[in-house]
Ligand binder design. Structure first.
Ligand SMILES: [Zn+2]
Length: 217
C-alpha cells in the first residue's frame, strides 16, 4: 500500500474523539489502522495529543473555556512534530495481508453472502460484533442504500467508486443517514474493507442490505 495515495482522511473531530478515548472498539480500531497507514493523519494526531497534554497542564482545575483548545493548538503547531512512518503489514487473514494494528485481533469465520460477498466479524469480547471485514468481488455493485447511523469504512485492499469519488486502499469514509449512494467496486481487484456500524444492523444499511437473507448474523 502506498500511503501517498490516500485521498480520504479522518476528520479532526474523529481524531480528537480518539485522543479523548470516546470511540467504540471498532471505531477505535479503524481510526488506529488508518493512522498507522497515513502520515497526514498521524501528524494531526501528534498535534492533538500534544495539545491534550498542554491542556491538562494548563487547566489545573480551572474550567476549560472554548478558546483553550485553539490556543493550545496554536502553540503546538509551532513545534516540530515527528511523523511516524507507516508500519509494515504483519498479519494475514483469508489470503490478505492486514495492517499491523489488526495483528492479535480475533477475526471470526467468514460468511459468504453469495459468491461475490463475504463478511468476517471481529471479536469484541462480550459485546456483539459491530465491526467486520467485508470482502466484495471486483466489479460487483451495491444497490442504492442509506445509513441509519454512523458507519465507518476503511479500505484495506482494492477499492470502489461512489459517484465522482474513488476510494482506494487506506482511504477512510464515514456515512450516515444524510447519504444515499450506490458504490461500485473497481473491476480489476477484489475489495477488502474494515467496517464499523454504530448500533444494530438495519436493513437499510449497506451491511444490513447484504445480510438481510441471513438470520444467523
Ligand atoms: Zn489520513
Amino acid at each position: 500500500m502506498n500511503p501517498q495515495a490516500i485521498a480520504h482522511h479522518l476528520d479532526d473531530e474523529i481524531i480528537w474523539d480518539f485522543v479523548c478515548h470516546k470511540l467504540e472498539f471498532g471505531e477505535n480500531l479503524i481510526v488506529r489502522t488508518h493512522i498507522s497507514l497515513c502520515a497526514e493523519c498521524a501528524k494531526t494526531l501528534a498535534v492533538f495529543e500534544a495539545a491534550g497534554g498542554e491542556l491538562l497542564n494548563d487547566i489545573n482545575g480551572i474550567e476549560m473555556n472554548d478558546d483553550a483548545l485553539d490556543l493550545a493548538l496554536a502553540r503546538i503547531e509551532l513545534k516540530d512534530v515527528e511523523i511516524p512512518k507507516a508500519k509494515p503489514s504483519k498479519s494475514e487473514a483469508f489470503g490478505f495481508d492486514l495492517p499491523a494494528t489488526l495483528s492479535g485481533i480475533e477475526i471470526k469465520n467468514r460468511h459468504f453472502l453469495g459468491p461475490n460477498v463475504w463478511i468476517a466479524p471481529i471479536e469484541e469480547g462480550k459485546n456483539k460484533s459491530q465491526t467486520y471485514l467485508l470482502w466484495i468481488k471486483g466489479g460487483q455493485d451495491i444497490l442504492p442504500h442509506t445509513h441509519t447511523k454512523r458507519e465507518m469504512t476503511l479500505v484495506l485492499s482494492g477499492g470502489f467508486k461512489d459517484g465522482d469519488n474513488s476510494y482506494n486502499a487506506g482511504d477512510f469514509v464515514v456515512c450516515d443517514d444524510s447519504i444515499s449512494h450506490a458504490p461500485i467496486m473497481l473491476a480489476d481487484e477484489d475489495c477488502l474493507c474494515l467496517v464499523y456500524q454504530d448500533g444494530p444492523i438495519k436493513p437499510q444499511t449497506i451491511l444490513g442490505h447484504l445480510l438481510k437473507p441471513f438470520a444467523r448474523i
